[in-house]
Design a binder for this molecule. Sequence first.
Ligand SMILES: Cc1cc2nc3c(=O)[nH]c(=O)nc-3n(C[C@H](O)[C@H](O)[C@H](O)COP(=O)(O)OP(=O)(O)OC[C@H]3O[C@@H](n4cnc5c(N)ncnc54)[C@H](O)[C@@H]3O)c2cc1C
Length: 317
Amino acid sequence: MQNIGILIETRNAEIKKTNFGVITAARGDGRELYAFSLDSLPEDQKDLLQAYGVHRIVEVQSGNAPIDYNPVSWSQAVIQAVVYFGIDSLLGLAGLQGQNLLPRIAAGLNAPLVMDCSAVDLDGHRVEKSQFSGRTIATLKTEGPYHIYGIRPNAVEATPAAVEADSLSFQVDIKADNLTVKAIKPGDSSSIDLSEADIIISGGRGMGNSENFRILFACAEKIGAAVGASRVAVDEGWVPHTMQVGQTGKTVSPKVYMACGISGSVQHFAGMKTAALIIAVNKDREAAIMKKCDYFVAADLFEVIPALTARLETVFY
Ligand SMILES: Cc1cc2nc3c(=O)[nH]c(=O)nc-3n(C[C@H](O)[C@H](O)[C@H](O)COP(=O)(O)OP(=O)(O)OC[C@H]3O[C@@H](n4cnc5c(N)ncnc54)[C@H](O)[C@@H]3O)c2cc1C
């Protein structure tokens, strides 16, 4: 029996839906799936874990209570759980939290780590990830008693496969003297996490200024989309860096990615090329993105987006 751990991420007491793709990637014959959560999970969330094939739901706690967020104490807690339950491979999301925790866990276990994997073969300990701004796909083999993999959110489509799960609490003993978390400032809880979003509408230099981004937000709101940006829009100070998509921003794999006033540089593509459907709105027919998308609208975005928003209004309301 191969024990596989999945580090579960939650937001507002709900499991982020991209976790279910990670669970799907982890399933296989002869495997026991352990979901490790550092937050308390309500019963309906545990039911979801069972529905996707988790055999053991482990709430990792200290003194019978959730452990306050601190990357040192959280990673120590997960390391103890990995060792105790004899976990062979630990999988987590390669999002912001995963980028903070998974390397600490790998370092603590002296284990190999591969981040941003798009596919995993847990029998052979082989993973795939894109390299050189998405120009090549590397297959990497890891060796050792433990293997830590960060999975690109939405890289694997979630499919249910219900099993009966045990639910237990695992008590850990932690010391996090060398790092103190002084304050946690949550982002706008009403906005949709880019890496979780099924639909993303992004704006680039063509937006012209910060104020103009409101037309993207208005459109996004109609269809439950998240709003992203190119690096130029971020560097100009029009939107925060948390919205940047690309090589030095977020990597996203939504069902639909709509790029507005974005030329389609390799660095931008590195972050969104795995989107299932790419739509470009650009007034320059020769822009690189027009050749790399599924559909394009060769027009001024300031005409197209408000017209689309108005049309969506009549469709959905
Ligand atoms: C090491 C490195 C890392 C980088 N990382 C990133 C990254 O993570 N993400 C990223 O995005 N970039 C990144 N870049 C920058 C990248 O090379 C490009 O400069 C950037 O992506 C261009 O942004 P843009 O497409 O918004 O702007 P531009 O390339 O200037 O394109 C603007 C487009 O808007 C169109 N347009 C203008 N007005 C309108 C209008 N009214 N209606 C419709 N279309 C209009 C134009 O035709 C044009 O095609 C990186 C660069 C380097 C060197």
